[in-house]
Design a protein around this ligand. Structure first.
Ligand code: UDP
Length: 444
């Protein structure tokens, strides 16, 4: 029995890392594991403790940015924040570990998210095992693994041949535009620091004997990638798609569900670009014109209220759809009125859409989203990617074309249903993700 186990779960304070981490914590708690959840003070204050499961312990620390709120413009650059989180987090996490040991209640394992490879070193220094909870796809991790292990030159050479397929073991043929955005010539300079960070993740993993990696994915979805890397033990335990206890504004959720209840089945276009991406006003106007042209009811998440009021045809838009600053996405996606999801292809949103059986219009912005868009369109075939000329803005009529296509395409409807069923099987008793979670605990 696993009741005596005590795991420290450390998460970088981004929505796309906090959400799956809390869901993982919930799942572990339900099977009797003792979990202490640790992230920055500021983010911890915004977690609704009323709705987190009984028994979840919290060990927050200051990352030097106690005014930082997810979804609001950060008080510093992302690079500075990640660096400050590491500088403050490493000694803080060490202290959490030693204090627990001093009280006679030591942790036997540390689980850490993407962005904070240093946490594995802290665990190592205190002689406790650690496991990476990689919050992107297995395919993207496999891509980084190849890039940093022998394929860097080959991939760099492709920059001159952007349309040629790059064939890497375990991955579908990719072209330059399918790679994570950092490899594209258009990637801004301020994102350059992220590649060494991903290299550090891969290096930390390689320094271990058969490292295990928890993933918000499921075997069936990424089976080829998952089998590929010899010595890496991929343990997909998803989809992690429980209704959130974090980040949701409850009154707004009621308004949204009531509004969705008035709409016919599969009629509503849901539009959201996650918690980080900001659309330019041109992109916003084109999406607005695509939605108006299509004439379908829509639910559009625009986090910044000022951007809403600036939309040229705001009165017309308000007649046709509902614009909100946030929603409980998992609940929205499972509503029968939702017909498709126009989205940025963040990994959590991708998995949530696949698990809910909602067709996707993929409009990737940066990082792994470009690769996720490729998988959505060409591998799982549950949606289409918007086409754009060069790095230009996607036109409204292109968005409308894609919405119309995914809402009417029979092959996509069949695939969407197939993946929804496989996702649901994976987390049932005896399903692949349940077995993987148990395998992690048996050997943690
Ligand atoms: N999300 C939400 N409501 C919203 C927008 C996003 O609950 O209005 C959640 C979404 O369900 C997902 C997370 O925020 O769990 C976003 O993570 P993702 O990896 O998709 O994108 P990121 O925000 O990291 O770019």
């Amino acid at each position: 029995m696993t009741g005596h186990r005590k795991i420290l779960l450390v998460a970088y304070p981004g929505q796309g890392l906090i959400n799956p981490s809390l869901r993982l914590a919930n799942r572990l708690l339900k099977i009797g594991i003792s979990i202490t959840f640790s992230t920055s003070f500021r983010v911890m204050q915004t977690i609704n403790k009323q709705t987190t499961p009984h028994g979840l312990a919290f060990a927050p620390f200051s990352d030097g940015h106690d005014d930082y709120v997810i979804g609001k413009p950060p008080p510093t650059t992302l690079q500075q924040h990640i660096s400050d989180f590491a500088t403050n987090g490493a000694p803080a996490v060490a202290k959490i570990i030693t204090s627990a040991a001093a009280k006679g209640e030591p942790f036997d394992h540390l689980v850490y998210t993407t962005i904070i490879p240093w946490a594995a070193r802290v665990a190592n220094a205190h002689n406790i095992k650690s496991t990476l909870f990689w919050c992107q796809s297995a395919s993207v991790l496999l891509f980084y693994y190849h890039y940093f292990n022998g394929f860097q030159e080959l991939i760099s050479a492709y920059q001159n041949n952007p349309v040629l397929p790059i064939k890497l073991p375990g991955l579908p043929p990719l072209t330059m535009s399918d790679l994570p955005s950092f490899f594209l010539p258009s990637s801004p300079k301020e994102h350059e620091f992220l590649l060494p960070l991903y290299k550090d993740h891969v290096d930390v993993l390689k320094s271990k004997n058969s490292p295990r990696i928890l993933l918000n994915s499921f075997n069936e979805l990424e089976v080829d990638s998952i089998k590929e890397v010899k010595g890496f033990d991929f343990l997909p335990i998803g989809p992690l798609n429980e209704k959130d206890s974090y980040g949701s504004i409850l009154e707004e959720d009621y308004v949204i569900v009531n509004w969705l209840n008035t709409k016919p089945k599969k009629s509503v276009v849901y539009v959201s670009f996650g918690s980080i991406s900001h659309l330019t006003s041109d992109q916003g106007e084109e999406i607005a014109s695509g939605l108006l042209e299509g004439g379908r009811p829509f639910l559009w998440v625009i986090r910044n209220g000022e951007e809403v009021e600036k939309l040229r045809k705001i009165d017309e838009l308000k007649k046709l759809g509902l614009i909100v600053s946030w929603c409980c996405q998992v609940e929205v996606l499972s509503h029968e009125a939702i017909g498709c999801f126009v989205m940025h292809c963040g990994w959590n949103s991708t998995v949530e859409a696949v698990a809910a059986g909602v067709p996707i219009v993929a409009y990737p912005q940066w990082t792994d989203q470009t690769t996720n868009g490729k998988m959505i369109e060409d591998v799982w075939k549950v949606g289409v990617r918007v086409r754009r000329e060069g790095d230009g803005v996607v036109e409204g009529k292109e968005i409308e074309r894609c919405v119309k296509m995914v809402m009417g395409d029979e092959e996509i409807s069949r695939n969407v249903l197939k993946w929804k069923e496989l996702a649901s099987e994976a987390v049932k008793n005896g399903g692949s993700s349940s077995l993987n979670l148990q395998a992690f605990l048996d050997d943690a």
